[in-house]
Design a protein around this ligand. Sequence first.
Ligand SMILES: Nc1nc2c(ncn2[C@@H]2O[C@H](COP(=O)(O)OP(=O)(O)OP(=O)(O)O)[C@@H](O)[C@H]2O)c(=O)[nH]1
Ligand SMILES: [Mg+2]
Length: 178
Amino acid sequence: MGPVGAGKSMAVQTLSDIDVLDTDERATDETAAYKQNTTVCMDAGVLELGSGDKVRLIGAPGQDRFDFMWDILLQQARAVILLLDHSRVSRLEDLDHFMDRLGERLVGRKLPLAVGITHVELLPELSLGIYRRRLREREDSFPACVVPVLPVDAREKKDMQTLVLTVAAMLEMMHRYG
Ligand SMILES: Nc1nc2c(ncn2[C@@H]2O[C@H](COP(=O)(O)OP(=O)(O)OP(=O)(O)O)[C@@H](O)[C@H]2O)c(=O)[nH]1
Ligand SMILES: [Mg+2]
C-alpha cells in the first residue's frame, strides 16, 4: 500500500517471477500531475521461493477513491508493506494517512508491517529518522511489533527482496512465538 507514485506497481513488477497482472489506466485527475498511469484495482504477481512455496504479491491502488479495494485486499493479506515516497512534501501526512486507514481495517488483527521509503536519492539529506519517530509517537495497536523502516528503490530487486524477507521473518516469529 501507499500513496500515488510511491512505487507499488513497480515493486510488484520488480519482484514477480511471472508476468504481472496490472490494472494501470491513464490518470485523468490530479494524479496526472505525478504520472501518466495509475492503478485502478490491483497488481498481482508471484514470487517463487524455490521450494515450491510462493509469495503472492498484491499491489493496492494509491488513490483514496479506490479505497474499497483496500478493504478487499486486506481481508486476505498475511503481511503489509507500506511504501512512501521520500520526495513528497506530504511524506509524514502520507504515513499518518495510511497508518490510520490500515488501523481502521485491521482492528483486532496483528499483521506484520514494514515500511519502505522510496525516492530517497532525491532527498538524501533528510534522515529516515522522521518516519521512525512518527511511528514511535503513534503507538499503533495493530502492528505485531516495532515497524521496520528501510530505504528501498522499487526498481531494485535486492531492495524489494529485503523488504519482503523482513515481513516474512516477522510472520515466522509471530507464528513461532505468538
Ligand atoms: N527515482 C526513483 N524512482 C523510483 C523509485 N522507486 C520507484 N520509482 C519510480 O517511481 C514510479 C512509481 O510508479 P508506480 O509504481 O506506478 O507507482 P504506484 O505506487 O503504483 O502508484 P499508483 O498506482 O498511482 O498508486 C515508477 O516510475 C518507478 O520507476 C526510487 O527509489 N527512486
Ligand atoms: Mg500502481
